[in-house]
Design a protein around this ligand. Sequence first.
Ligand SMILES: Nc1ncnc2c1ncn2[C@@H]1O[C@H](COP(=O)(O)OP(=O)(O)OP(=O)(O)O)[C@@H](O)[C@H]1O
Ligand SMILES: [Mg+2]
Length: 515
Amino acid sequence: MENHYAIFADLANKLPHAVRLQRVASAVRQQFQCGAVGLLKLDGETLRPVAAEGLVREALGRRFEIARHPRLAAIMASRAPTRFEPGSTLPDPYDGLLDEHQGQPLPVHDCMGISLHIEGRPWGALTLDALHRMTFDDAARMELQRYALMVEAAIRVAELEQENQALRMGRGNADVSADESVVGKTEIIGHSKVLQRLLHELDVVADSELPVLLTGETGVGKELFAHRLHQHSRRHGKPMVHVNCAALPESLAESELFGHVKGAFSGATADRPGRFEAADGGTLFLDEVGELPLSIQAKLLRALQNGEIQRLGADRTLRVDVRVIAATNRHLGNSVRDGHFRADLYHRLSVYPALIPPLRERGSDVLEIAGSFLEQNRSRLGVRSLRLAPASEEALLAYDWPGNVRELEHVISRAALRAVSRGADRADIVTLEPELLGLDVAARPDGQPETAGNAPLPATAGGTPLSLKNAMEACQRQTIRAALDRTQQNWAEAARLLKLDASNLHKLARRLGIK
Ligand SMILES: Nc1ncnc2c1ncn2[C@@H]1O[C@H](COP(=O)(O)OP(=O)(O)OP(=O)(O)O)[C@@H](O)[C@H]1O
Ligand SMILES: [Mg+2]
């Protein structure tokens, strides 16, 4: 009974959205004494885990297409609990994703789920998996039906809190759900502190009219962040116009940006508006702004200063109302110093500079993001389940990622394709072993050969020096794994061996992405 009260007690408290949902999942797991619980939110045609207990970390990055997962389809098709007999042959979306059976096919197990509804509309699903010889009987099903009401109440509160926050941030029509469906397409995955702090900061800036300059290494997701800024701004109903400055030839740049009138140059057969006009009322996204030719920089500066533009060949000027977001992977300060970028334009664009952290600084986010790429490839290649071997997870965590998320995307797609083309059975769980990833994990900064032991050593990619923090974390991971191996995965014993408090070991393992 006491878990009923846990959810009720939470209702009276203010809790961050993700925390509230996580506590719901944990209460359900305790109440039903089951191995794993998933709380999944409907997002168009897919279900997206928003909280999970007993599932591996990367499960949170997965998106399950309902049409491709018959168990989820059955759950969503009914308002009553759906139970799958232990002998059910329907493929399980969690195959290989359960904490206790990482990378293994699921043992014969009992599973049930129920669809959740908020204000009469389907919101998502709650799934329960029992792993140990125990079954969900009729009483458990009845209990789930009742329990779902409480879960729905908690979700409703969580959503209201979110809407409230959106309202406070001045987004007049706080239709959070409608908004999220757009956000869903450009979702920024990850729970690391650095990322969460940055997202929070950007949500506040989004609401202002300040120009934002997004900087960061190649492949960190600047484009994604730019879209999110626009979606979270008051201009989200208006267009966001993307200009790739690197692809603008100097001769055409002016007409592209500001438009031209008929006859302005040979070939100008009609009046044509430029990107500035197209973005009127909305956001102009100047991507790769560091590549803009100097002559164009001067004209851009004038447009930004006066809020006025002039079509090429026209006499009169036009007023435009645009907010500018710019992005570059260059160090613009250096470009200014070297005379490639105008200092005055730089200052105008970088009123609010935001540095997107490289992937290697986002801890176990790399596993979550990998999870979303695994699911995409699973579906693309028609594989039942695609998983990372534990050693591959370590390799991903230890690698330096000079190409950041874009590189991760390529690494996962390439590894999945390799696995399948080398004859992996697509009807089975396909596990990606480290050699399939092709990461340069054996190269050590000191040039020493890799020591014995199966844990991969930290990477130095493309000669980037290995950071001390990465090296220490890799060493911690290796030591914890060794202790776990020696104690047959007994965490309490491993903690004693390592002279650590058990709860600290769990915390550390989670932070290092081992759990
Ligand atoms: N946190 C994230 N979660 C999921 N996908 C991400 C995340 N960050 C980046 N991506 C994906 O990584 C890829 C690279 O991102 P993006 O193109 O935005 O990089 P960029 O910073 O603009 O790089 P460049 O400077 O080379 O243009 C995209 O496919 C993007 O969707
Ligand atoms: Mg880019």
